[in-house]
Design a binder for this molecule. Structure first.
Ligand code: TNX
Length: 521
């Protein structure tokens, strides 16, 4: 008999629903850890609370862990010996230990432990395993567009719960667009007073007060997520013109806009009136006017003061109604204003073509897996100015693309429908020529909400594809781990249906995934 090394494409022996794939997983053949009522837990108090809640949810309230000061069977601790956000998880039949390098690492180790819990004939168990894990990228994001459709604070908190259990650590909120301005700013109260009342299709609008925003930021921080607020300038600003007509150019009604309006049966934008359609690229701030400069300084200063995280996103995409020279001047001015307010500017890739872009600004690539129209060149403009890139290839991780042709939700412009397999099978380090591992800050999945009206629509479009994006952001590069394959991923995701159901996630049972079909117990 000859022993052959298994091909890299073969799924590795990874137990349960571990997603994203950990850096190192060693499975043991011995008996599983029996998770029983009254099982003891000890160590870090916050972590004990997190695990107790997860175990209770996963076991339909049948198992309440019991906190003890000494000799717990499940130990949750931190040590400062290892890399940020890393952890080890050891499970034997005698006990479980999760040791994080920091509170975030411990939190992630607990999420992995929760993913491993499985039903057994006589209760619940966790298979023996030894995991040593750390993230590939420091920025692992999810974006929610609250401008096209507004979502109340509770819904945003739910998105934080969902994203953080997949080890995502950035929540990018797209707070402003043509259809509405969703964040109250002390210096510019008219923005939300006058330009936040409607959403796409005439649905109800809304906005976050300063207190709402602080609540979101704090809830995210407890789950190790940093909020990245975006105010989209200088295009996508029709709503600014509703509040401050003097700051906006008249809508540019290009052929493209008229086509979109015809295809989707929506209406043309009218200066000074709320916009309820879904066309993009017709609005622009009046660039070069001192009143506009003052506006930018004010909103950036307010938002920076409200935001503890290091980033402030300025948008900069699809400014088709803006003269290219004026656009470049605007990017220079606005990115400098952000830097002067003490934050790192983040902009969509278009801004990488602007020579005055503030050095070290972060770019976000939203082009296709096969870059077209020079979008990759623009993205490289950030790198050549000392910045790094967030990768959001639209035909892979735009969660608002339809996931199947018959889906009522979602758009198709980025080669949609986008299968789970397509959302998984791409590799960050080879996406853009000339953009290597060190130039990549991370990966972000984005949910635009033109067609997303209800909280359950968010779940239906996000899941399971958000898990593929999480794996691209956290796990070893393709080819560097035998289980970093589509085949292994679909098996692992398929074991998460029990946990996701228990957590109240209304995910789509995509036919591409072999779901375990675990019944509620
Ligand atoms: C493109 S991607 C946009 C958004 C739309 C989205 C819909 C990007 C930076 N801009 O304005 O909502 O497509 O998929």
């Amino acid at each position: 008999m000859t022993l052959e090394a298994p091909p890299v494409a073969a799924p590795g022996p990874v137990p349960g629903g571990l997603v994203p794939l950990p850096r190192e997983v060693v499975t043991e053949d011995g008996p599983a850890f029996a998770l029983t009522a009254g099982c003891t837990v000890g160590g870090d108090e916050t972590a004990v609370g997190v695990l107790t809640a997860l175990v209770s949810a996963r076991t339909q309230g049948s198992i309440a862990l019991q906190r003890v000061a000494t000799g717990p069977r499940i130990l949750l601790a931190t040590t400062d010996a290892a890399a940020a956000e890393s952890y080890t998880l050891t499970v034997s039949d005698a006990g479980v230990a999760v040791v994080g390098a920091d509170p975030a690492g411990l939190f992630y180790g607990i999420q992995s432990l929760a993913q491993l819990i499985e039903p057994a004939a006589d209760g619940w168990r966790v298979p023996q395993v030894q995991i040593t894990d750390a993230p590939r990228f420091s920025y692992r994001g999810v974006m929610l567009d609250v401008a096209r459709h507004f979502f109340p604070v509770e819904v945003v908190l739910g998105v934080i719960d969902r994203a953080s259990q997949l080890k995502l650590n950035r929540l990018h909120l797209h707070l402003t667009d043509d259809q509405g301005w969703r964040i109250a700013l002390p210096s510019r109260a008219a923005l939300t007073e006058r330009a936040s009342v409607t959403s796409v299709d005439g649905d109800a609008g809304g906005h976050y007060t300063g207190d709402d925003y602080s609540r979101i930021v704090a809830y995210a921080a407890e789950r190790h997520m940093t909020v990245v607020p975006e105010i989209d300038l200088p295009g996508h600003t029709h709503a600014v013109g509703v509040a401050y007509p003097e700051l906006a150019e008249p809508p540019v009604l290009s052929e493209h806009i008229c086509e979109v309006v015809e295809t989707y049966g929506s209406t043309l934008p009218v200066a000074g009136e709320p916009y309820e359609g879904i066309a993009v690229g017709f609005s622009s701030l009046r660039i070069g006017d001192p009143a506009t400069d003052a506006f930018v300084t004010d909103v950036v200063a307010d938002l920076a003061a409200m935001t503890p995280g290091p980033y402030l996103h300025l948008g900069g995409d699809e400014a088709l109604g803006t003269d290219p020279g004026a656009y470049a001047a605007f990017v220079a001015l606005a990115s400098r204003a952000v830097a002067e307010a003490g934050k790192t500017p983040v902009l969509w890739h278009e801004a990488g073509a602007a020579s005055g872009l503030y050095p070290g600004s972060v770019g976000q690539y939203w082009g296709l897996l096969t870059p077209a129209d020079g979008m990759d060149e623009k993205a490289r403009g950030f790198v050549s100015r000392g910045g790094r890139l967030i990768l959001s290839p639209a035909d892979a991780v735009y969660l608002d693309m339809k996931d199947s042709a018959d889906s009522e939700l979602g758009l198709v412009w980025a080669n949609g429908p986008t299968s789970v397999e397509r959302s998984y099978t791409w590799e960050p380090a080879t996406l853009l020529e000339g953009v290597a591992e060190r130039d990549i800050l991370g990966v972000e999945a984005a949910l635009w909400t033109e067609t997303v009206r209800r909280p359950e629509d968010i779940d239906l479009l996000m899941f399971p594809r958000i898990a593929a994006a999480a794996e691209a952001g956290w796990s070893p590069a393709t080819g560097q781990s035998p289980a970093r394959t589509w085949e292994s991923f679909r098996q692992r995701v398929g074991r998460l249906d029990g946990l996701w159901t228990a957590l109240g996630i209304r995910f789509r049972r995509s036919p591409e995934i072999p779901w375990s079909g675990e019944e509620a117990r």
